[in-house]
Design a protein around this ligand. Structure first.
Ligand SMILES: Cc1cc2nc3c(=O)[nH]c(=O)nc-3n(C[C@H](O)[C@H](O)[C@H](O)COP(=O)(O)OP(=O)(O)OC[C@H]3O[C@@H](n4cnc5c(N)ncnc54)[C@H](O)[C@@H]3O)c2cc1C
Length: 380
């Protein structure tokens, strides 16, 4: 049995690990990714704010040695979901079952003026480059803003605004600076009124201006203003942007997308193409685009595949739950357990923030690296 896993992010790594644990060399899993290593989304913020260095947060795929798994570093150029075949720069690959875990592509160039006169912090190069930009920032008007929906990790812009506050305070620049947060949502974390209230209180305490239900659609670098979809203009000196998200072109061209993203059965993660599953940010399954949800979906898809391989019925279906960690700054982290169950209003309770939960978040990351790569997260 040959299984193709497209994308070695949160979803692809978890799915490959689960199947390798279950079947070892009895299946042939080919995991394909164009990158040479995995980076957690939250590590981007750590590098950007100088809390760690780039070398410590890139987990090379060359370490990925799992029974039954071959990792291929190559760009996927086309996907045929009917034939379960892909064309890559390393040649064609074909399989009996296929999983699409290619995430969301980021397009800073889709927002006029952003590339020339702003900075995005969602790509690895963008976030890593911001480390130097922030280190040299003399203070001024900082705007953290979202340019389109949907976007990954809805808490990340709020966390970024709080971390900017700490960063400027530590450098003695807070009094000469202003921080604004522009979000398309009506509340920072809509499914969790507790977490939203705690964040709004934290913004108020720190003097962070909150602009809900707004999107930034262009950047006028000459006039130093950000233009919102409503027509409102916000002056800025440093714009930290969440760029436009789209499905990868190769997925769009495959004919798997409907109204933007890949629809899946919300219980099994199977697509409209028999034997082809999709997990994570590339889907329109109804959960936020976040690693914890990609991981949960991968785990269920792996069980569905395992059951199919054994000729049994799968016992577990996807329940839309996930734990989000929320950085409040000052090493204080909160935890929100959210459930997005189809047919029910999404809901999440908040725990913390506390320094114990900050340790919990670190443990979450190290446990995934140990599980997926079979080694400890190198910290030196
Ligand atoms: C700043 C920031 C902070 C975040 N914080 C959190 C957090 O605290 N908790 C959380 O749960 N989530 C967080 N996220 C979101 C999280 O990173 C993503 O939602 C998660 O990585 C999605 O997993 P995925 O497997 O769907 O896609 P990804 O992890 O994006 O993986 C997709 C993979 O596909 C590969 N790929 C794409 N196209 C091709 C191609 N044509 N050929 C070959 N390979 C290709 C990519 O290289 C990539 O490795 C954060 C994101 C950001 C930007």
């Amino acid at each position: 049995m040959r299984i193709l896993v497209l994308g070695a992010g949160f979803g692809g790594l978890e799915l490959t690990t689960s199947l390798s644990e279950e079947f070892g060399d009895d299946v042939e899993i080919t995991l394909i990714d164009k990158g040479d290593g995995f980076v957690f989304g939250f590590s981007k913020l750590d590098v950007m704010f100088g809390r760690t260095i780039a070398e410590r947060v890139v987990h090379p795929y060359r370490d990925l040695l799992k029974p039954g798994v071959t990792f291929v570093q190559s760009t996927i150029r086309s996907i045929d979901p009917t034939a379960k075949r892909v064309e890559t720069d390393a040649g064609p690959f074909e399989a009996d079952l296929m999983v699409v875990a290619l995430g969301a592509d980021l397009h800073p160039e889709a927002t006029p003026g952003l590339v020339e006169s702003g900075h995005e912090f969602y790509t690895v190069p963008g976030a890593f480059a911001l480390r130097d930009v922030l280190a040299e920032f003399p203070g001024g008007r900082v705007v953290v803003g979202v340019t389109s929906t949907p976007f990954k990790c809805p808490p990340a812009p709020s966390e970024t605004a709080l971390l900017v506050h700490d960063f400027l305070t530590e450098r003695g620049l807070r009094d000469s600076s202003e921080i604004a947060l522009v979000m398309p949502l009506g509340a920072p974390i809509p499914p969790s009124p507790d977490a939203s209230a705690a964040l709004l209180e934290a913004f108020a305490e720190r003097g962070i201006a909150w602009h809900p239900e707004q999107l930034i659609i262009s950047v006028d670098g000459d006039r130093r203003v950000l233009v919102c979809a409503s027509g409102t203009e916000l002056p800025y000196d440093l714009f930290l942007a969440v760029p436009v998200h789209r499905p990868p072109t190769v997925v769009l061209d495959s004919g798997m997308c409907v109204d933007g993203w890949v629809p899946v059965d919300p219980l099994t993660l199977e697509t409209a193409f028999p034997g082809v599953y999709a997990v994570g940010d590339v889907t329109s399954v109804g959960t936020p685009k976040a690693g914890v949800f990609a991981e949960g979906q991968a785990s269920v898809a792996a069980q569905q595949i395992a059951a199919a391989l054994r000729g049994q019925d799968a016992t577990e279906t996807y329940d839309g739950t996930g734990i989000c960690y929320l950085e409040f700054g000052h090493d204080q982290v909160a935890k929100v357990e959210v459930t997005f169950l189809s047919g029910h209003a999404p809901h999440g309770d908040m725990e913390g923030p506390s320094s114990v939960l900050a340790e919990d978040k670190v443990a979450f990351g190290t446990s995934r690296i140990r599980r997926w790569f079979g080694r400890d997260w190198a910290t030196d």
